[in-house]
Every structure is written in C-alpha cells, then in structure tokens.
Write a protein that binds this ligand. Structure first.
Ligand SMILES: Cc1cc2nc3c(=O)[nH]c(=O)nc-3n(C[C@H](O)[C@H](O)[C@H](O)COP(=O)(O)O)c2cc1C
Length: 334
C-alpha cells in the first residue's frame, strides 16, 4: 500500500490523522517566569488544523536550562495550567500535541547568580561562558527535573513528549565526544557518553508509563571530523529504542560549524539511515517544503512523517497546501 501525506500514522498507540508535523519552534514569548500565554494558545491553535501532530517549542525542565530567557518552561506546577490551554487549542483543531523538553546546558542563557553547566568545562564559543562539569549528584537532580517535567506534561494534557537531544543542547553535549571529555561513568566511550541520556529516558519512561508516547530529537551529524556521524546516532538510538516510540532527525549545533551544503531536504538522508537502522517511526525535517518532495519522503519510506518549520510561521495554512487542501504557493509547488 502506498503511503501518502494524507495517510493516518501512529506513534505508540496514538493515532495521527496524517503524516505532517509542526516542527518545534521557539516563539520567544514566554513570561519572565517561563509561562505560556494567550499568544501561544493562538499561535499553536492556528497552525494545528492540517497537521497530525504539533510539537511545541523547546520547553525548559529547569529555569537555568532555558535556551533564552523568554523561553517557556515546565519546571514548576504553575506552568501546567497555561500549557493546558495550548493543548486544548490544538485538540480543538483535531490534532495531537507533544511538548519538547529541553535543557540548554552550556548554551543556556542565565539569570544573574545562575551557573552554566555541561558534561565538561568547554565553552560552546567565545560568546558563551565557560560551563562547569556537572557532578554526579547534580546529574541525579537533573534526571529528577526531567521526571517531574514529564509528569507535569502528562498532567497538562500533552499527548506525548519529545526529548530534545539535538542542536548542541545538554543531552547532545553528553552524547558528543566534542563536548564530553569526562573520564567517569558518563564519558570516555560511546557507551558511557550515552549513560546520562539513557538515565533521563528511563526516568521519563518510568514516570509516564509504557503507553505514553516518548520520542527523541537527535542531531545526526556534528559536521566536525571529531564528532558524531549518522551511524553513531543510529547506534545510540538503537540502545534507546526499548524506551522510545519515535525519532526526529535533525543535525548540527554542537559547535558553530554549519553544513557546507544546505539544500531542500538535506537532512532526509540522515532520516533514512535511522529508518533503515532502527524499527522506530522516523520524522524527517529540514527544508521539506515542496509537496512533491514531502510526498516522496513518505511514499519511499525514507521517513514516516515530515515536519515543517519556517513556512508555518508566516503561512499558518502551509500544511494544507502540502495536503492539496489549499492552492500551492511558489514555495510549496516549486
Ligand atoms: C524560529 C525558529 C525556532 C526554532 N526553535 C526550535 C526549538 O525550539 N526546538 C528545536 O528542536 N528546533 C527548533 N528550530 C528548528 C526547527 O524545528 C526545524 O528543525 C528547522 O527550522 C528546519 O525545518 P524547516 O526547514 O522546515 O524550517 C527552530 C527553528 C526556527 C526557524
């Protein structure tokens, strides 16, 4: 049977009405205390009509892990109610909604008195401060933060969780040999560099139970000769597979190095590696903005879902164009 963008999909036991996903995109509209507002309710509600799944932006599991100070968070019970309104707005449009749980590690933006933490004391770039190497006790606290965030996410009504382990943020900082130079049980070999992410995934899974969708977003390439390549990421995801329900495949962010060639769908080959190396449903993303290309991704089973980012910001009905419900624009038809 040929799969099309219109085909229903499934992550864990959750049925999705089609194969389109709204990619997580920070809106920089959180309150100083990290709360979602009416802006988020309206923003996500408007973009939910034609996608099967909305993944809301990077949402911090602790205040000092916010990527930017205007990010939203889920590090206190007071965040649950405003996020619940976002969930309701998406459900009203007959879409499902995941929250992306994140911690920025060495790429966080801090308030006075907070300290940057990472796997090892290496700064991301000259513009970021030097982080300290998190001690085991602090890692245990962080795992607890993820656990609490997962419980709050479920209480707010989210249909699932995406763990942000991409783009050079804390979980990625543990996975990559570029940022993790530890010699204890959390570093020194691929297996040990995986331990922190593994423990986070175990804690989240234990908190939400086996039937609740939990997926991971990964960077399949570090774009650096000393960094991770797609097959390394496939090995990592294979180890995590019993704990996960899907994988969302992005790239980059562990250093300021960018890919040399960014063309429409340039990350699809990475998604295809994860598709062939694991049994998990795969979400492809990155410049997949033309209807023909998006259809090819699912028809040829290079991935199971296609996430769309930037076009959905200025054209909230862009997903409808890819589904053929709206006339194609220069962008979706070219
Ligand atoms: C304004 C903006 C904010 C973003 N915020 C996030 C985020 O919070 N979490 C994340 O994993 N990726 C984030 N991304 C990356 C997108 O999810 C997506 O991977 C990227 O835009 C490529 O897809 P596109 O070519 O369809 O835009 C952001 C991208 C943009 C443009």
């Amino acid at each position: 049977m040929t799969v099309s963008l219109q085909s229903p999909g499934r992550i864990n036991k959750l049925q999705l009405k089609n194969r389109l996903v709204l990619a997580p995109m920070q809106q920089h509209k959180g309150t100083p205390a990290g709360h979602a507002t009416d802006y988020h309710v309206e923003h996500y509600g408007r973009r939910a009509a034609d996608v099967g799944l909305v993944i809301i932006e990077s949402t911090a599991v602790s205040q000092d892990g916010r990527l930017y100070q205007d990010d939203i968070g889920i590090y206190s019970d007071s965040h649950i109610k405003p996020l619940g309104k976002v969930v309701k707005a998406v459900h009203t449009r007959d879409a499902r909604v995941f929250i992306q749980l994140s911690h920025g590690g060495r790429k966080s933006h801090l308030l006075p008195g907070e300290r940057l933490l990472s796997s090892s004391p290496i700064a991301f770039s000259d513009e970021y401060g030097l982080p300290f190497e998190a001690k085991n006790e602090q890692l245990e606290q962080l795992i607890g933060r993820y656990r609490e965030a997962a419980l709050r996410s479920r209480e707010a009504g989210f249909d699932g969780i995406e763990l942000h382990a991409a783009h050079g943020y804390l979980l990625h900082q543990f996975l990559s040999p570029i940022s993790n130079l530890r010699t204890d049980s959390y570093g020194g070999s691929p297996n040990r560099r995986l331990q922190f992410v593994l423990q986070v995934a175990i804690a989240v899974r234990e908190a939400v139970g086996p039937d609740y969708p939990v997926q991971i977003r990964v960077s399949a390439s570090d774009y650096d000769p000393g960094g991770l390549i797609p097959l390394h990421i496939a090995d990592i995801v294979k180890r995590l597979e019993p704990l996960l329900d899907a994988v969302h495949v992005s790239s980059g962010g562990i250093t300021p190095l960018r890919p040399l060639d960014v063309y429409p769908g340039y990350q699809i080959p990475y998604a295809a590696v994860l598709k062939s190396e694991t049994t998990l449903p795969v979400i492809a993303v990155g410049g997949i903005h033309q209807r023909a290309l998006a259809e090819r991704v699912v028809a040829e089973q290079l991935a199971d879902f296609v996430a769309i980012g930037r076009p959905m910001l200025d054209e909230p009905d862009f997903a409808g164009q890819l589904l053929g419900k709206q006339p194609l624009s220069a962008r979706s038809g070219s």
